[in-house]
Design a protein around this ligand. Structure first.
Ligand code: THU
Length: 161
């Protein structure tokens, strides 16, 4: 996975390493399944987990607009539902190459300490940033009092799989 891109450098997805192309292809494919009758803005996302598996999701809107769920969160929740606790890369594709929303950034950092995030548009132009850059000062889970919820407990559980 390449990490050395400068902020806002744009690269063609055709020139990406195979691992990234696989992830972007999954995000592009699942974007076709987006349920976005209200915004018309289709998004697809794919994550690679520490065990090497790929999970993907699309945005799912609702007539009660606030119930809409973003593609990134669907992909992450699917990974977690399959027993994965650590994501190591995320790709998101939309028509405009939009950056992940704040809610999704918070969900990403729950399952990734450091992670490259690739943002692509449907014309195949991509930029690579990271969750650390997107959310430099996250809500500190360590401040939660419950042992079950402490960051250290979570990390330990993630590390032992
Ligand atoms: N959306 C995502 O899927 N991911 C984001 O990071 C931002 C927004 C979706 C939610 C909604 O269905 C549509 O884009 C317009 O906000």
């Amino acid at each position: 996975m390449i990490l050395a891109m400068k902020k806002h450098d744009v690269i063609s997805i055709d020139h990406l390493p195979l691992e990234w192309r696989t992830l972007v292809a999954a995000a592009m494919d699942v974007r076709e399944q987006a349920y976005a009758p209200y915004s018309g803005f289709k998004v697809g996302a794919a994550v690679r987990t520490a065990t090497g598996r790929v999970f993907y999701g699309c945005n799912v809107e609702n007539a009660s607009y606030g119930l809409t769920v973003c593609a990134e969160r669907v992909a992450i929740w699917k990974a977690v539902s399959h027993g994965e606790r650590q994501i190591v890369a995320l790709a998101v594709v939309s028509e405009t190459g939009a950056m992940p929303c704040g809610a999704c950034r918070q969900v990403m950092i729950e399952f990734a300490r450091e992670m490259p995030v690739l943002v692509a548009d449907t014309r195949g132009r991509a930029t690579i940033t990271s969750i650390e850059a997107l959310l430099p000062e996250p809500f500190p889970g360590a401040d939660l009092t419950g042992q079950e919820n402490s960051t250290q407990e979570r990390i330990t559980r993630a590390d032992v799989g």
